[in-house]
Design a protein around this ligand. Structure first.
Ligand code: MHF
Ligand code: KIV
Ligand code: MG
Length: 243
């Protein structure tokens, strides 16, 4: 089977480029909290902010399946509020919601969402909404139990973040839904990276799992500097560049 590819996007123009690239899924990750909004972590992003980005991505990539993260603020309330939040995310253009961890309350929520026809991806291992800093999660027994519980709850697939590759392989072999890995080795059904990370556009984290395919941050700085220099020296605008 061909591997599944997932890349995050938070805005219209990045979504356009992703749709043209032929990626399998676009993830509107709550990583947008850090990457697009400048918060210190993913915990404080609001449902409203996730909705704005989901709508923008849907406009840019109307044909690509979109997965949107349920923000912590939408899952730490009553189950009814969480259900309403998920409905709003789907109305904004997402095809799936993704929810971190496999605790009892989370499994209950997933079961209800699936029963209402809202497809869900799970996310276990390092789950940033519940941890203060990145760690590798190694409790094989718990991870296997959690995956089975998520599959039973009806998830469409499971994101695995920062767990040892042997455990990730074991999980992938033991369930019938696809696994999407980040920092868990090559044995998963697919791989995900944050789009801004792989473009070299966001350089405030440097995880081992990150491969950079461009250096857009430094390219941006030098393009901005060139403009500034051209304006200051009178090189811009030239005669043909005005009305
Ligand atoms: N831009 C970005 N990329 C991501 O992959 C990402 C986010 N944001 N935000 C949400 C989570 C957080 N994730 C992260 C964030 C940082 C590291 C990281 O810097 N790891 C380093 C340092 C670990 C440490 O501080 O101890 C590493 O070497 O793995 C890993 C995963 C993955 N997700
Ligand atoms: C790192 C991926 C899996 C994610 O959850 C995000 O971008 O928020
Ligand atoms: Mg996330």
């Amino acid at each position: 089977m061909q591997k599944i590819t997932v890349i995050t996007a938070y805005d219209f123009n990045t979504a356009r480029a992703l749709e043209e690239s032929g990626v399998d899924y676009i993830l509107v990750g709550d990583s947008l909290a850090m990457v697009a909004l400048g918060y210190a972590d993913t915990k404080r992003v609001s449902l409203g902010e996730m909705l704005i980005c989901t709508r923008a991505v849907h406009r840019g990539a109307p044909k690509t399946p979109i997965i949107t993260d349920m923000p912590l603020q939408a899952v730490s309330k009553s189950i009814n509020d969480s259900l309403k939040a998920a409905e709003q995310i789907i109305k904004a253009g997402a095809n799936f919601v993704k929810i971190e961890n496999a605790e009892k309350e989370t499994l209950k929520l997933i079961t209800k969402l699936v029963a209402q026809g809202i497809p869900v991806f799970g996310h276990i291992g390092y789950t940033p909404q519940r941890f203060d800093k990145p760690i590798v999660v190694k409790d094989q027994e718990k991870l296997l139990k959690d995956t089975q519980a998520l599959e039973y709850a009806g998830v469409s697939g499971i994101f695995l973040e920062m767990i040892p590759s042997q455990i990730s392989n074991l999980i992938t072999q033991s369930i019938s839904v696809p696994t999407i890995g980040i920092g868990v080795g090559a044995g998963t059904s697919g791989q995900v990276l944050v789009g801004d990370d792989l473009l070299g556009r966001y350089n405030l984290v440097n995880p081992k799992f990150l491969r950079r395919y461009a250096n857009q941050y430094s390219e941006s700085v030098s393009a901005f500097r060139n403009f500034i220099q051209d304006v200051r020296s009178g090189e811009f605008p030239a005669d043909g560049e005005s009305y």
